[in-house]
Design a protein around this ligand. Structure first.
Ligand SMILES: Nc1ncnc2c1ncn2[C@@H]1O[C@H](COP(=O)(O)OP(=O)(O)O)[C@@H](O)[C@H]1O
Ligand SMILES: C[C@@](O)(CCOP(=O)(O)OP(=O)(O)O)CC(=O)O
Length: 452
């Protein structure tokens, strides 16, 4: 009998903690976003002589892209694509999930996974909308690697949701709301994502895809770097080390659920030019090493303000319950220019402006365009808009995007329409996600038809 299940995972914005998050001594604030990556998985058992798996991954939104893999222990769980096509994010995910579960006695060996990604992950130019009563997706004429990204973490979302979908074939009782399974999904996805990227980043994107909005402290990079290379000759060794890493190892990380305070929302503006995170990180690392110990003081100053933001979010949320009247006045102040009358809001603004000031200092000293002048101007202008409290360049910064924190009642589109100052920004149809990885109804992806 054919089994069908569906899952989805959210995108991310690193609101506080860019660069510092790479070091396990600092915590960061990651907001999970309503743009999600989806996987619909169906599996069945077909007769074979060996324990070979057939895994077909379809991403029909992108020029009908599809990858057809055969995977077996004899090939070291290294997937072989029928036509030699490659997608490292899919391949490492298949390798790790298969290696982790391969001692399970019986499992479905014919697996089809359909990937869908929400509109906000990519430029929607020249795309066709296909929808049904429940979902709506953009279909492109280009292959996945040729459609411009917006920077919400498509590969992290893909790897996390694919890890979940594949694991569900081996674990029929997989429950994504159970922390035991979330840990397995998160660990396998972090490992696969790092291997596919060829570097061990901070992993905040995979953590948000799994756990939702979080206060995040990264795992030590050695957890992943100590894994042996997966090859035909060391299948057993890889399997044992992987099992230990996922099941026994202390990942020494934090991923505590958090949220923007009640009555506030995150607004993301796509600036449409793009930056290269790897190059920015290299420049900042060089600047840091060349300028110790002052660079440590600068990072500590950013950290103090990051922590302030995390504490203020918690404080505001408590206040919304403890003193609803005061809180409603506080929210109103965002629309009548009196935010400075409320010390919590004043402190919130000061924390962000200090972080921005410090980012500008690093920009000047390192040559890494974290908050380039054009973004400074844009953010300053945004802060004049009715309802907007503050703003920052998220993640690595650069020319990619801006994040604003505003009253839920802010209408950013109307406030900026037709204004030259905001001509280069497109406001993304996004909000904070309600949760990390979640199970979806597979019926909701059926009968998609053209709607534009
Ligand atoms: N919907 C999708 N279907 C198939 N592969 C995808 C999809 N989205 C992302 N990917 C994979 O992730 C890659 C982009 O990863 P990356 O450059 O790290 O971008 P991002 O910063 O969005 O994570 C794509 O080239 C592709 O291999
Ligand atoms: C600099 C960083 O700390 C944050 C980068 O955040 P972005 O959200 O800009 O990331 P990408 O999607 O990978 O480009 C690097 C890291 O944490 O890996």
């Amino acid at each position: 009998m054919k089994e069908i299940r569906a899952f989805s995972a959210p995108g991310k914005a690193l609101l506080a903690g860019g660069y510092l998050v790479l070091d396990p001594k600092y915590e960061s604030f990651v907001v999970a976003l309503s743009a999600r990556m989806h996987a619909v998985v169906s599996s069945s058992q077909i007769p074979t002589n060996n324990r070979e798996l057939i895994v077909q991954v379809k991403s029909s939104q992108f020029n009908n892209n599809e990858w057809n893999y055969s995977v077996s222990k004899g090939q070291g769980f290294i997937p072989k694509e029928k036509d030699g096509k490659s997608n490292p994010f899919i391949e490492y995910t298949i390798s790790n999930v298969c290696s982790y579960f391969f001692d399970i006695e019986s499992f479905d060996n014919h697996i089809t996974i359909e990937i869908y990604s929400d509109a906000e992950y990519h430029s929607t130019e020249n795309s066709t909308i296909m929808s049904n009563k429940y979902k709506s997706f953009h279909f492109h004429k280009k292959n996945i690697q040729d459609v411009p990204k917006t920077g919400l973490g498509s590969s992290a979302g893909l790897v996390t949701v694919l890890t979940t979908a594949l694991s569900s074939v081996f674990l029929k009782n997989l429950d994504v709301s159970d922390s035991k399974y979330q840990h397995i999904i998160h660990s396998l996805a972090q490992i696969s994502h790092c291997q596919a990227q060829g570097k061990i980043g901070s992993g905040f994107d995979v953590a948000a895809a799994t756990y939702g909005s979080i206060i995040y402290r990264r795992f030590p990079p050695e957890i992943i770097s100590q894994l042996p290379q997966l090859s035909v000759d060391n299948v057993e060794k890889y399997h044992v080390t992987l099992k230990d890493t996922v099941d026994k190892c202390d990942w020494k990380m934090t991923a505590s659920p958090t949220n923007l305070p009640k009555g506030f929302k995150l607004i993301m503006g796509d600036v449409n030019t793009g930056s290269e995170t790897v190059k920015l990180v290299q420049k900042v690392n060089k600047w840091y090493a060349d300028n110790e110990p002052q660079s440590l003081d600068i990072f500590n100053c950013i950290n103090e303000n990051n922590m302030k933001i995390i504490q203020l979010c918690q404080k505001l949320d408590l206040l919304s319950k403890a003193d609803p009247l005061y809180y409603s006045h506080l929210l109103e102040s965002l629309h009548n220019g009196s935010t400075d009358d409320f010390k919590e809001l004043k402190e919130f603004k000061v924390a962000f402006s200090t972080i921005r000031k410090t980012f500008r200092l690093i920009t000047k000293e390192s040559g890494a365009d974290i908050e380039p002048a054009i973004q400074t101007q844009l953010l300053d202008n945004c802060m004049q808009i009715d309802g907007v409290l503050t703003g920052v360049v998220p993640g690595a910064g650069g020319f990619d995007a801006i994040s604003l924190i505003a009253a839920e009642t802010t209408d950013i589109e109307s406030a900026t329409v037709g204004l030259e100052t905001f001509a280069n920004v497109s406001w993304m149809k996004l909000k904070q996600a309600e949760c990390g990885i979640m199970e979806e109804n597979p019926q909701h992806y059926l009968d998609l038809h053209v709607t534009n």
